[in-house]
Ligand binder design. Sequence first.
Ligand SMILES: Cc1cc2nc3c(=O)[nH]c(=O)nc-3n(C[C@H](O)[C@H](O)[C@H](O)COP(=O)(O)O)c2cc1C
Length: 479
Amino acid sequence: MIYDGLRDWLVKVDELGELRTLEDVDWNLEMGAIVDVLYREHPPYPPALIFDKIKGHANGYRTLFGHFASPGRIALTLGITEEFDHVLEFTRMYHDRMGRCAPIPMEEVRSGPVHEHAQEGKDVDLWRFPAPLLHEKDGGRYLGTGHLVITKDPDSDWINAGTYRMMSQDKTSAGIYIGPGKHGYIHKQKYFEKGVAMPVNIVLGCDPLVWFAACSPVPSGISEFDFAGGLRGEPIKVIRSDITGLPYPVDAEIVLEGEIRPGDLKEEGPFGEWPGYYASPRSLEAVVRVKRVLNRNDPIVSCANPARPPHVLTLLRAITRSAHVWEELEKAGVPEIRGVWSHEPGPRQFTVVAIKQRYPGHVKQAGVIASQCFSGGYQNRFTIVVDDDIDPTRIDDVVWALSTRCDPEGDIDIQRRCWSSSLDPMIHPDSKVLMNSRAVIDACRPYEWMARFPAVAETSPELRKKVLGKYGRQFFGLR
Ligand SMILES: Cc1cc2nc3c(=O)[nH]c(=O)nc-3n(C[C@H](O)[C@H](O)[C@H](O)COP(=O)(O)O)c2cc1C
């Protein structure tokens, strides 16, 4: 372990030179706009941002944005210390790490700094915490955008942690949107089928590795705490709530303990979402009723500001989705995967898989599985399979393969009635069908006559070496 909890992680990020603190900023649109402009107009890897002395809030009550928006910060979080100079190489390292490690069960401890303050019942006041109004057309202040929503499967011991946006409603309640098919959604369905409320812990800021796991497509039945423990190589320490019976990380900044009751709905949204739109209108969503709030001194609310890409989450999404799809392809037995890249501007919708073709049908197998597996299936729109001479992260390479190795009539398959959600801007506002179609595109040399496909007109590695040796200094500034 190379850091111990969120606060130590911030010290290490500062040492990397990737942390900035801004003071006296307004929660009312200013924080959101600063993050949006910084991340969209100053790519590739802006710093993480801490806001302090936020208008209307106690000094020291802070927000944090941009945890995972640089390869260096993601490497720190995962404890990856090897050097890498290409984002695909880093994705492969994460994929290899995931493949090697088994989940490690979380470990219970008795107390942590989050017990420094507690409010219960009528004393609960969620407005104490600096929830930002992030985008101009948002329907409210979002306290939960960088948080954990912790639930338990009522039929087993499976503890899930996901990030599902949460809008403050009043002092003791918040509206929560959980997309269909998400694990928290399935848990909620099961409790409600039994006619009982679902207990929930919400953690607004904690060890970034645990949050990283909560935003990653961890398979059903596996707890994100145990997955994170496996990545770290030691158990994640948690405290069990005596109210909900659910765990929360020992370094939690703020914990809301409560429940979601059947039929208890309030208007929530709209919210500027990760595809870059206010995709779904204000609508009735589940409500979290908070029974107790715990917080440590000077708490830090973890936040994210999804918006038109690139935004604070695009790099994270690209790396995690690519690595998980890669993993699932290999687990499904598809050989010779040379790279997977879910492009940042469409990190769920636009996935490229590079393979070394070995047998007829190999391309279609890779494309269909990548477009439908658990990690790749949600809201996918285009899955493109390319040969191994194409760098899947380089859009120039991908467009060249599409333009020269794909005959649309035979090489594009359309799948219908697939897993989507109300956040998909292409679903008509009057439609109740939350499904989309998607294209699986073969942009590889045709397998049957691959050997006779025209040779690529490019400088060979031998000739490249020769001319660089001779003219490198003169023409390319090489020494
Ligand atoms: C900042 C952020 C906000 C998110 N908001 C939502 C949301 O409002 N609803 C939702 O269903 N998923 C949301 N997600 C995606 C889920 O957190 C993600 O798909 C996660 O893997 C779900 O966990 P699960 O598979 O355990 O359900 C969000 C992710 C991030 C990183």
